[in-house]
Design a binder for this molecule. Structure first.
Ligand code: GDP
Length: 653
């Protein structure tokens, strides 16, 4: 094998998949095929390499994003393991920002599932080029064409299928490579490259033709060759597929079976051929922190290097915090083993030892060239639980462990309830919090008592008021305060807050108007119904008055805050609760029970789709009613039901 390598040989790759589509198995097979692991792990016996967190092994789902490096034909593939569960949407989002490309995995029986759509849209937003792998071709009911049709309908208008499966279901033994027009057949772990079996030649020709036509329609150079020679060479097709993948105009589709180790090599070839490498960039060193982990031996700060080179021992600037940190060591992390590096360059994903304070989302750069890389937006937590040490002697250690947890995962928040004095941990979902607490239990042996989960409510204006007069006057000697405002409050759709001034004739100077707006924002933190954050409110400042000596920005900010508080108390307010969109998939005979159960949970069914002998029901359900739902569903359906849930905003309670 030739030695590595220029940037053009690197791929920072993510695998995106619905829970259960086979991401863990596929990752494992890729590591095996690339010689990164020597023993093939199986999900069911808990020996896979990427799921190295013991909790993940127990739960059988992939939760924490990890980065693993492997080599394929002289290329380096940095495999970033994104979590596949919706409670961790935030972590998926952060991981997407460090990818150059991704493989989207689909189940050949189920096709596109609801959660795949949301991850797909996230990847669209980040402009991540993708190719698709239709997995589980060996399963009963596997149907490549149906899966491709569901992709075309729900995700991408131009799927470009480059494989024709050889044999169906249990007999699935290989694929016809429609570019090279050769058969790839797997027997055990051996792959042989053969002529296309006689019986499949007409169908292979037909599909090759379809592929050429579809590509020619979008790719001018291909069209030219197609018109001139009425056929397209494999080289031209490959170049066109690369262009269309990177522009997002086309989606290359391959198929295989991860479990049976079929289709892995062509998938790796396609990753290298079609997905982009990190851009060559001679600029100064710049990197983004996407994960922080506390280990027994110290703190590991995972970064993706966007540009330049980082040398071991260098000093870097945490741009947002305005603080420098020293990088003592640079590690390439492969599952739970580490390799020391002297330097890291653009495109690398490495763990740094040394930085003590840099948080997830921080930009670490050369001190001479600060670049603030935009950190991923962090979703607002919607569920809270009260937490405390079971034994009082542990209180301090638990508090420290919680603080560290929040530092590692910025979608977790910690605060003290002003009324009860309890410590509240908030996050994206019940499972998210459960996993967080479990982590402390396991890594430090600390027992933590956890209260019942509570959702985060909000308040909104159902019916506003106009002409609310507020005078903030303090004139008892010394420097006085004077501000007079008149406010209208109206309901506002789809936005948290809007402010407008309708004051005429300069009766309130501009800087005081800005102070009123700031005061109104202050008032939004606690609504009149129960002290919840207020959303969906439009405020119009219609009039006001100033005092020549005693008016100030502070006085107007106070008037804005207290004036809006009063106006909200006078308005008709409504309580909002977080709702989720859930998709429940169950055998047909269990549908009645599921529908009844969803109705009891105040769910509104939006669709019900039958596929074979299973039914998928989608519904909008208040998050508060979903606590414990997965256990309930499992027992109701004897383990045959699955469900996914994703946050779907707020709705009136
Ligand atoms: P993940 O949740 O996406 O990480 O999926 P896993 O890799 O854990 O796979 C989910 C289940 O599907 C496991 O029971 C796997 O053994 C099974 N599985 C994965 N790939 C295949 C495949 O190609 N064929 C079949 N029949 N089952 C598969």
């Amino acid at each position: 094998m030739r030695t590595l390598q220029t940037l053009a040989d690197v791929r920072n790759l993510g695998i995106l998949a619905h829970v259960d589509a086979g991401k863990t198995t596929l990752t494992e097979r890729i590591l095996y095929a690339t010689g990164t692991t020597h023993k093939r792990g199986e999900v069911h016996d808990g020996t896979t390499v990427t799921d190295f967190d013991s909790q993940e092994r127990d739960r059988g789902i992939t939760i924490f994003a990890a980065a693993v490096t492997c080599a394929w034909n002289g290329n380096r593939i940095n495999l970033i393991d994104t979590p596949g569960h919706v409670d961790f949407a935030d972590e998926v989002e952060r991981s997407l920002r460090v990818l150059d490309g991704a493989v989207a995995v689909f189940d050949a029986v189920a096709g596109v599932e609801p959660q795949s759509e949301s991850v797909w849209r996230q990847a669209d937003r980040h402009g991540v080029p993708r190719i698709a792998f239709i997995n589980k071709m060996d399963r009963a009911g596997a149907d490549l064409d149906a899966a491709v049709a569901s992709i075309r309908k729900r995700l991408h208008p131009l799927p470009l299928v480059v494989h024709l499966p050889i044999g169906q279901e249990d007999e699935f033994t290989g694929v016809v490579d429609l570019l090279r027009m050769r058969a790839l057949i797997w027997a055990g772990d051996t792959l042989s490259d053969e002529p296309i079996p006689e019986a499949l030649v007409p169908e292979a020709n037909r599909r090759r033709r379809l592929l050429e036509e579809a590509v020619a329609e979008r790719h001018p150079a291909t069209l030219e060759e197609f018109c001139a020679k009425s056929t397209v060479s494999a080289e031209m097709l490959a170049a066109a597929l690369r262009d269309l993948t990177q522009s997002g105009e086309g989606l290359v589709v391959l198929c295989g079976s991860a479990r049976r180790n079929r289709g892995i090599e062509p998938l790796l070839d396609a990753v290298v051929a079609y997905l982009p490498s990190p851009q060559e960039n001679p600029a100064a060193f710049a990197s983004l922190v996407f994960k922080v982990v506390a280990t027994a031996t110290g703190r590991l700060t995972f970064v993706r290097v966007y540009s330049g080179t980082l040398e071991k021992g260098a000093v870097v600037l945490d741009v947002g915090a305005g603080r420098t940190e020293r990088v003592a060591r640079i590690l390439r992390v492969r599952a739970d083993r580490h390799t020391e590096l002297d330097q890291a360059t653009a495109g690398d994903i490495v763990a740094l030892v040394g930085p003590k304070a840099a948080r997830v989302g921080a930009s670490l750069c050369a001190p001479t060239d600060p670049v603030l890389l935009e950190p991923a937006p962090i979703a607002e937590p919607v569920v809270s639980v009260a937490v405390e040490a079971r034994r009082t002697v542990d209180s301090e250690r638990v508090a420290m462990a919680l603080a560290q947890l929040v530092e590692e995962d910025p979608s977790l928040r910690l605060r003290t309830d002003s009324q009860t004095g309890q410590t509240l941990l908030s996050g994206m979902g019940e499972l998210h919090l459960e996993v967080a607490v479990e982590k402390i239990r396991r890594s430090r042996g600390l027992e933590i008592a956890v209260g019942r989960p509570k959702v985060a409510y909000r308040e909104t204006v159902a019916q506003g008021v106009s002409g609310v007069v507020y005078r903030h006057v303090k004139q008892d000697g010394g420097a006085g305060q004077f501000a007079h405002v008149v406010l209208d409050v109206e309901p506002l759709d789809g936005k948290d807050f809007e402010f407008e001034s309708a004051v005429v004739g300069g009766r309130v100077p501009r800087e005081y108007i800005r102070a009123v707006e700031a005061g109104c924002r202050d008032a939004l933190s606690e609504g009149p119904l129960g002290g919840h954050p207020v959303t969906g409110v439009r405020v119009v400042l219609t009039d006001g008055a100033t005092h020549p000596k005693d008016s100030s920005e502070l006085a107007f900010r106070t008037a804005g805050k207290l004036g809006l508080r009063e106006a909200l108390r006078a308005s008709v307010m409504a309580l909002l609760e977080p709702v989720s969109e859930v998709a429940v998939t169950v055998p047909e005979d269990a549908v009645g029970g599921v529908l009844g159960d969803l109705a009891m949970r105040r769910g509104r069914v939006t669709a019900s789709v039958t596929r074979g002998s299973t039914v998928t029901v989608t519904a909008t359900v208040p998050l508060a009613e979903l606590f414990g739902y997965s256990d309930r569903l499992r027992s109701r359906t004897h383990g045959r039901g699955t469900f996914t849930a994703q946050p779907n905003g707020y709705a009136p309670r």
